[in-house]
Design a protein around this ligand. Structure first.
Ligand SMILES: Nc1ncnc2c1ncn2[C@@H]1O[C@H](COP(=O)(O)OP(=O)(O)O)[C@@H](O)[C@H]1O
Ligand SMILES: [Mg+2]
Length: 275
Protein backbone atom coordinates (compact mmCIF):
# COMPACT_ATOMS: atom_id res chain seq x y z
CA UNK A 1 0.00 0.00 0.00
CA UNK A 2 1.25 3.48 -0.83
CA UNK A 3 1.57 5.92 2.00
CA UNK A 4 0.95 9.66 2.07
CA UNK A 5 0.99 12.33 4.77
CA UNK A 6 -1.37 15.00 5.94
CA UNK A 7 0.29 17.75 8.00
CA UNK A 8 -1.42 19.91 10.62
CA UNK A 9 -0.38 22.37 13.28
CA UNK A 10 -0.59 20.95 16.78
CA UNK A 11 -3.26 23.41 17.92
CA UNK A 12 -5.45 22.99 14.85
CA UNK A 13 -5.82 19.31 14.12
CA UNK A 14 -8.44 18.65 16.81
CA UNK A 15 -11.04 20.93 15.32
CA UNK A 16 -10.34 19.39 11.92
CA UNK A 17 -10.93 15.78 12.96
CA UNK A 18 -13.78 15.33 10.49
CA UNK A 19 -11.68 16.54 7.57
CA UNK A 20 -8.71 14.39 8.57
CA UNK A 21 -10.69 11.22 9.25
CA UNK A 22 -12.75 11.55 6.09
CA UNK A 23 -9.59 12.13 4.07
CA UNK A 24 -7.94 9.07 5.61
CA UNK A 25 -10.99 6.90 4.78
CA UNK A 26 -11.29 8.31 1.28
CA UNK A 27 -7.63 7.71 0.53
CA UNK A 28 -7.80 4.17 1.95
CA UNK A 29 -10.51 3.45 -0.63
CA UNK A 30 -7.96 4.51 -3.25
CA UNK A 31 -5.20 2.25 -1.91
CA UNK A 32 -3.31 4.98 -0.04
CA UNK A 33 -2.58 4.91 3.66
CA UNK A 34 -2.77 8.56 4.73
CA UNK A 35 -1.07 9.37 8.05
CA UNK A 36 -1.42 12.49 10.17
CA UNK A 37 1.78 14.30 11.11
CA UNK A 38 1.80 17.31 13.39
CA UNK A 39 3.91 20.27 12.44
CA UNK A 40 6.07 20.01 15.55
CA UNK A 41 7.18 16.61 14.31
CA UNK A 42 7.95 17.60 10.76
CA UNK A 43 9.80 20.87 11.47
CA UNK A 44 12.98 18.92 12.09
CA UNK A 45 12.27 16.28 9.54
CA UNK A 46 15.23 15.75 7.25
CA UNK A 47 15.67 13.55 4.24
CA UNK A 48 16.68 10.66 6.49
CA UNK A 49 13.36 10.84 8.26
CA UNK A 50 11.59 10.68 4.93
CA UNK A 51 13.58 7.57 4.06
CA UNK A 52 12.93 5.98 7.42
CA UNK A 53 9.21 6.56 7.08
CA UNK A 54 9.27 5.59 3.41
CA UNK A 55 8.91 8.37 0.93
CA UNK A 56 5.27 9.45 0.86
CA UNK A 57 3.44 9.38 -2.46
CA UNK A 58 2.26 12.92 -1.74
CA UNK A 59 1.79 15.34 1.14
CA UNK A 60 -1.29 17.40 2.04
CA UNK A 61 0.08 20.40 3.90
CA UNK A 62 -2.54 22.06 6.12
CA UNK A 63 -0.02 24.01 8.21
CA UNK A 64 0.18 27.21 6.08
CA UNK A 65 3.97 26.85 6.12
CA UNK A 66 5.17 26.96 2.51
CA UNK A 67 8.74 26.16 3.57
CA UNK A 68 7.65 22.70 4.63
CA UNK A 69 6.03 22.21 1.24
CA UNK A 70 9.16 23.39 -0.53
CA UNK A 71 11.24 20.94 1.45
CA UNK A 72 9.12 18.03 0.26
CA UNK A 73 9.00 19.32 -3.29
CA UNK A 74 12.78 19.60 -3.51
CA UNK A 75 12.81 15.94 -2.50
CA UNK A 76 10.54 15.06 -5.40
CA UNK A 77 7.32 14.78 -3.42
CA UNK A 78 4.13 16.41 -4.67
CA UNK A 79 2.43 18.70 -2.15
CA UNK A 80 -1.18 19.95 -2.01
CA UNK A 81 -1.49 22.86 -2.24
CA UNK A 82 1.94 23.36 -3.74
CA UNK A 83 4.49 25.67 -2.11
CA UNK A 84 3.92 28.52 -4.55
CA UNK A 85 0.18 28.62 -3.82
CA UNK A 86 0.94 28.40 -0.11
CA UNK A 87 3.54 31.19 -0.18
CA UNK A 88 1.17 33.53 -2.02
CA UNK A 89 -2.07 32.65 -0.26
CA UNK A 90 -0.79 32.74 3.31
CA UNK A 91 0.56 36.27 3.09
CA UNK A 92 -2.00 38.93 2.20
CA UNK A 93 0.69 41.26 0.85
CA UNK A 94 2.04 38.52 -1.43
CA UNK A 95 -1.54 37.83 -2.57
CA UNK A 96 -2.07 41.49 -3.36
CA UNK A 97 1.14 41.69 -5.43
CA UNK A 98 0.23 38.45 -7.21
CA UNK A 99 -3.22 39.79 -8.12
CA UNK A 100 -1.77 43.11 -9.29
CA UNK A 101 0.64 41.21 -11.55
CA UNK A 102 -2.25 39.36 -13.17
CA UNK A 103 -4.28 42.58 -13.50
CA UNK A 104 -6.95 41.22 -11.20
CA UNK A 105 -9.11 43.96 -9.63
CA UNK A 106 -8.01 44.52 -6.04
CA UNK A 107 -8.71 47.22 -3.49
CA UNK A 108 -5.91 49.71 -3.10
CA UNK A 109 -3.68 48.16 -0.46
CA UNK A 110 -0.50 49.27 1.26
CA UNK A 111 1.87 47.95 3.83
CA UNK A 112 0.97 49.73 7.04
CA UNK A 113 4.59 50.80 7.64
CA UNK A 114 4.78 52.38 4.19
CA UNK A 115 1.50 54.27 3.98
CA UNK A 116 1.14 57.98 4.74
CA UNK A 117 -1.53 57.64 7.37
CA UNK A 118 -2.63 61.32 7.19
CA UNK A 119 -3.24 61.11 3.45
CA UNK A 120 -5.69 58.21 3.28
CA UNK A 121 -9.45 58.42 3.73
CA UNK A 122 -11.07 56.54 6.56
CA UNK A 123 -12.57 54.06 7.35
CA UNK A 124 -9.83 51.59 6.50
CA UNK A 125 -9.33 47.91 7.17
CA UNK A 126 -6.08 46.73 8.72
CA UNK A 127 -5.13 43.05 8.46
CA UNK A 128 -2.24 40.95 9.60
CA UNK A 129 -0.39 39.65 6.54
CA UNK A 130 -0.42 36.08 7.81
CA UNK A 131 -3.84 36.25 9.51
CA UNK A 132 -6.77 33.95 8.79
CA UNK A 133 -10.29 33.24 10.02
CA UNK A 134 -10.97 36.96 10.53
CA UNK A 135 -8.91 36.95 13.72
CA UNK A 136 -6.48 39.69 12.81
CA UNK A 137 -8.70 42.01 10.79
CA UNK A 138 -9.55 45.45 12.21
CA UNK A 139 -12.01 48.16 11.21
CA UNK A 140 -10.32 51.54 11.69
CA UNK A 141 -12.51 54.64 11.60
CA UNK A 142 -10.08 57.50 12.10
CA UNK A 143 -6.41 58.46 11.96
CA UNK A 144 -6.38 58.80 15.74
CA UNK A 145 -7.76 55.31 16.15
CA UNK A 146 -5.13 53.96 13.77
CA UNK A 147 -2.32 55.67 15.65
CA UNK A 148 -3.39 54.28 18.99
CA UNK A 149 -4.06 50.84 17.48
CA UNK A 150 -0.57 50.79 15.94
CA UNK A 151 1.22 51.46 19.23
CA UNK A 152 3.34 48.46 20.20
CA UNK A 153 2.57 46.67 16.96
CA UNK A 154 5.03 45.73 14.22
CA UNK A 155 3.50 47.68 11.35
CA UNK A 156 5.45 45.80 8.68
CA UNK A 157 3.33 42.75 9.52
CA UNK A 158 0.07 44.46 8.48
CA UNK A 159 -1.61 45.69 5.34
CA UNK A 160 -4.12 48.52 5.17
CA UNK A 161 -6.86 48.93 2.59
CA UNK A 162 -9.99 50.91 1.93
CA UNK A 163 -13.07 49.65 3.77
CA UNK A 164 -15.82 48.68 1.34
CA UNK A 165 -19.14 46.89 1.92
CA UNK A 166 -18.92 45.21 5.31
CA UNK A 167 -20.43 41.95 6.54
CA UNK A 168 -20.59 40.43 3.08
CA UNK A 169 -18.24 38.40 0.90
CA UNK A 170 -18.35 35.60 -1.65
CA UNK A 171 -16.29 32.45 -1.31
CA UNK A 172 -15.70 30.25 -4.35
CA UNK A 173 -14.28 26.78 -3.76
CA UNK A 174 -11.88 26.04 -6.59
CA UNK A 175 -10.58 22.54 -7.20
CA UNK A 176 -7.88 22.33 -9.87
CA UNK A 177 -9.37 24.11 -12.84
CA UNK A 178 -12.99 23.94 -11.72
CA UNK A 179 -15.24 25.94 -9.41
CA UNK A 180 -17.06 23.39 -7.26
CA UNK A 181 -19.46 25.67 -5.40
CA UNK A 182 -19.73 29.30 -4.27
CA UNK A 183 -21.29 30.88 -1.22
CA UNK A 184 -22.53 34.30 -0.31
CA UNK A 185 -21.49 34.85 3.29
CA UNK A 186 -23.12 37.55 5.37
CA UNK A 187 -23.03 38.81 8.91
CA UNK A 188 -25.32 41.54 10.25
CA UNK A 189 -23.48 41.77 13.57
CA UNK A 190 -19.86 41.95 12.45
CA UNK A 191 -18.01 43.66 9.60
CA UNK A 192 -16.33 40.33 8.94
CA UNK A 193 -18.34 37.78 6.96
CA UNK A 194 -16.27 34.74 8.00
CA UNK A 195 -18.51 31.72 8.53
CA UNK A 196 -16.40 30.69 11.52
CA UNK A 197 -17.35 33.97 13.24
CA UNK A 198 -21.04 33.14 13.11
CA UNK A 199 -21.98 34.53 9.72
CA UNK A 200 -24.59 32.96 7.44
CA UNK A 201 -23.84 31.24 4.15
CA UNK A 202 -25.94 30.36 1.14
CA UNK A 203 -24.92 29.03 -2.23
CA UNK A 204 -24.68 31.61 -4.97
CA UNK A 205 -23.75 31.85 -8.63
CA UNK A 206 -20.70 33.79 -9.76
CA UNK A 207 -20.82 36.81 -12.04
CA UNK A 208 -18.84 36.99 -15.26
CA UNK A 209 -16.32 39.29 -13.56
CA UNK A 210 -15.82 36.84 -10.71
CA UNK A 211 -15.37 33.94 -13.13
CA UNK A 212 -12.78 35.94 -15.07
CA UNK A 213 -10.82 36.63 -11.91
CA UNK A 214 -10.83 32.93 -11.05
CA UNK A 215 -9.70 32.03 -14.58
CA UNK A 216 -6.70 34.31 -14.21
CA UNK A 217 -5.81 32.71 -10.88
CA UNK A 218 -6.11 29.26 -12.46
CA UNK A 219 -3.71 30.19 -15.23
CA UNK A 220 -1.27 31.74 -12.78
CA UNK A 221 -1.21 28.85 -10.31
CA UNK A 222 -1.42 25.08 -10.27
CA UNK A 223 -4.24 24.71 -7.74
CA UNK A 224 -5.30 21.84 -5.54
CA UNK A 225 -8.20 23.00 -3.41
CA UNK A 226 -8.43 26.69 -2.53
CA UNK A 227 -10.98 29.30 -1.60
CA UNK A 228 -11.15 32.45 -3.70
CA UNK A 229 -12.84 35.27 -1.80
CA UNK A 230 -14.38 38.48 -3.07
CA UNK A 231 -15.48 41.67 -1.35
CA UNK A 232 -17.74 44.29 -2.92
CA UNK A 233 -17.44 48.01 -3.54
CA UNK A 234 -20.78 49.44 -4.75
CA UNK A 235 -21.73 45.98 -6.00
CA UNK A 236 -18.50 45.49 -7.97
CA UNK A 237 -16.49 42.41 -6.92
CA UNK A 238 -12.84 42.72 -5.96
CA UNK A 239 -10.45 39.88 -5.27
CA UNK A 240 -9.97 39.74 -1.51
CA UNK A 241 -7.95 36.66 -0.77
CA UNK A 242 -6.86 33.18 -1.64
CA UNK A 243 -7.40 30.58 1.08
CA UNK A 244 -4.82 27.80 1.00
CA UNK A 245 -5.96 25.80 4.03
CA UNK A 246 -9.60 26.24 3.16
CA UNK A 247 -12.22 24.85 5.54
CA UNK A 248 -14.95 22.60 4.15
CA UNK A 249 -17.53 22.68 6.96
CA UNK A 250 -19.75 25.09 5.03
CA UNK A 251 -19.90 22.72 2.05
CA UNK A 252 -20.91 19.71 4.17
CA UNK A 253 -23.48 21.74 6.10
CA UNK A 254 -25.08 23.42 3.12
CA UNK A 255 -24.76 21.01 0.19
CA UNK A 256 -24.54 17.32 -0.70
CA UNK A 257 -21.14 17.74 -2.29
CA UNK A 258 -18.44 15.38 -1.05
CA UNK A 259 -15.57 17.80 -1.56
CA UNK A 260 -13.01 15.56 0.12
CA UNK A 261 -13.83 12.75 -2.31
CA UNK A 262 -13.46 15.16 -5.22
CA UNK A 263 -10.19 16.50 -3.84
CA UNK A 264 -8.90 12.94 -3.34
CA UNK A 265 -9.72 12.19 -6.98
CA UNK A 266 -7.85 15.29 -8.15
CA UNK A 267 -4.81 14.39 -6.05
CA UNK A 268 -4.77 10.82 -7.35
CA UNK A 269 -4.98 11.97 -10.94
CA UNK A 270 -2.21 14.58 -10.50
CA UNK A 271 0.02 12.06 -8.75
CA UNK A 272 -0.74 9.52 -11.47
CA UNK A 273 0.17 11.97 -14.23
CA UNK A 274 3.53 12.73 -12.64
CA UNK A 275 4.66 9.09 -12.51
N1 LIG B 1 -11.55 46.06 2.60
C1 LIG B 1 -12.59 45.53 3.24
N2 LIG B 1 -13.75 46.21 3.38
C2 LIG B 1 -14.81 45.67 4.03
N3 LIG B 1 -14.81 44.46 4.59
C3 LIG B 1 -13.67 43.74 4.50
C4 LIG B 1 -12.52 44.22 3.84
N4 LIG B 1 -11.55 43.30 3.93
C5 LIG B 1 -12.08 42.27 4.62
N5 LIG B 1 -13.36 42.53 4.99
C6 LIG B 1 -14.24 41.63 5.74
O1 LIG B 1 -13.49 41.00 6.74
C7 LIG B 1 -13.50 39.57 6.53
C8 LIG B 1 -12.15 39.00 6.91
O2 LIG B 1 -11.13 39.59 6.12
P1 LIG B 1 -10.13 38.70 5.25
O3 LIG B 1 -9.33 39.63 4.43
O4 LIG B 1 -10.90 37.68 4.53
O5 LIG B 1 -9.19 38.05 6.35
P2 LIG B 1 -9.13 36.54 6.92
O6 LIG B 1 -8.04 35.91 6.14
O7 LIG B 1 -8.81 36.66 8.35
O8 LIG B 1 -10.45 35.87 6.65
C9 LIG B 1 -13.86 39.39 5.06
O9 LIG B 1 -14.48 38.17 4.85
C10 LIG B 1 -14.79 40.57 4.82
O10 LIG B 1 -16.11 40.26 5.24
MG1 LIG C 1 -11.18 35.63 4.70
Amino acid sequence: MNNAWILYNEHEYKKNQFFIETFIETMAERGVELSLFLNGNCKNMGINEIKKNEKPLFVINRTRDYRLSRFFETNGIMVFNNSIVSEIANDKWNSYLFAMDLKIPVLETNLLNQVQKEKITYPQIVKKRIGHGGNDVFFIETLEQLNSWAENRDESQYIIQKAVQTGKDVRAYVLGKRVVVSFLRENNNDFRANYSLGGTAKTTTLSKDQKNIIKKIMTGLNLGLVGVDFVFDSGVPFFNELEDVVGTRMIYEKTNINIIKEYANLIMSKVGESR
